[in-house]
Design a protein around this ligand. Structure first.
Ligand SMILES: C[S@@+](CC[C@H](N)C(=O)[O-])C[C@H]1O[C@@H](n2cnc3c(N)ncnc32)[C@H](O)[C@@H]1O
Length: 295
């Protein structure tokens, strides 16, 4: 398996989940497998890790007989685990979003430089709309909401207007670089200078979240994850987006204050990356880790 993805908050995940020999774990977002492989080391010789990833290009590391890889949406966690017949789950991890492997690959429009079709689905076989479909068919109001709510995009209005005007002239955005060009033009018009960061980052993030219904996936998986955990088992969620973190935080709070709570909150405040990790891996800058324990 070749990966360039650096697992974020790895030691904090190991400390928080505390995997022990012969226990079973689920990594709902396998990606490059960095977290899974570290957990596998701790649960050997007979503990298992079930690694789930919606992206079919994430391939099985056949070297490890204690790793079961499943190509599916983690939203189907309950069905996946029941189907495998594993009854005791000691810990579950969600490391949300996109991996560096996907960002770097240029496939499916994840990379800004790509001239490839603007798909942005983790699984190109899924029945979700592609990003190009959304840009071609969603109403002005829907596009504006996506850019504002999922991307916190300051030029959401200008970018939406431009997409709509072009559409009316029969011009449709089909590739990643066409979208980058449109967003860069709007930024140049407004600010007259080129910024250091690619101004299209937020628009791509917003579309990716909408295409894959990422907030819906998180809302659906959290209650099932809690139900699947054995007593004393832990659920750890790393998010990179304030909207995702809000969903996780509210769900944990709501569950923890119930009359007969099933969980207790382990991280009163989210754990963030150390200065050192941020220096080594800038992607970790926006990571927030929240952990609960099943009672
Ligand atoms: C941040 S990466 C995980 C990296 C991994 N922890 C590592 O250390 O290499 C997130 C992964 O989750 C996958 N993913 C995103 N949404 C998913 C979903 N709904 N179901 C399953 N996998 C999903 C992506 O394809 C990506 O590979």
């Amino acid at each position: 398996m070749t990966t360039i993805h650096e697992p974020v908050l790895l030691q904090e995940i190991l400390d928080g989940l505390n995997p022990q020999t012969n226990q079973n774990y689920v990594d709902c977002t396998f990606g490059g497998g960095g977290h899974s492989l570290a957990i596998l080391e701790k649960v050997k010789p007979s503990g298992q890790v079930i690694g789930i990833d919606w992206d079919p290009t994430v391939v099985q590391n056949s070297q490890n007989e204690n790793l079961i890889l499943v190509n599916d949406n983690y939203r189907n966690l309950k069905k996946i685990i029941n189907g495998l017949g594993i009854s005791k789950i000691n810990g579950i991890l969600l490391d949300l979003g996109l991996s560096s492997d996907q960002l770097g690959s240029g496939a499916r429009g994840f990379s800004f430089q790509s001239e490839g079709f603007l798909d942005l689905r983790y699984d190109p076989k899924s029945d979700r709309p592609t990003a190009a479909d959304i840009l071609r068919t969603y109403s002005e109001k829907e596009l504006l909401e996506i850019f504002k709510n999922y991307g916190e995009e300051p030029l959401a209005w200008q970018i939406t207007k431009k997409i709509i005007t072009q559409r009316e002239q029969g011009e449709f955005i089909e590739t990643a670089d066409m979208l980058v060009q449109l967003v860069s033009d709007e930024y140049r018009k407004k600010y007259r200078s080129r910024s250091k960061h690619n101004p299209a980052t937020r628009v791509f993030q917003a579309l990716r979240i909408a295409v894959n219904d990422e907030f819906g996936n998180i809302k659906n998986v959290l209650p099932d994850a809690v139900n699947l955990l054995a007593a004393g088992g832990r659920l750890a969620v790393i998010s990179f987006h304030s909207g995702e973190d809000r969903i996780v935080k509210h769900f944990f709070k709501k569950e923890a204050i119930k009359e007969e709570p099933k969980i207790k909150i382990i991280t009163k405040k989210p754990i963030i990356a150390s200065e050192n990790e941020i220096k080594m891996n800038p992607r970790s800058r926006s990571a927030k880790l929240r952990i609960i324990e099943k009672i």
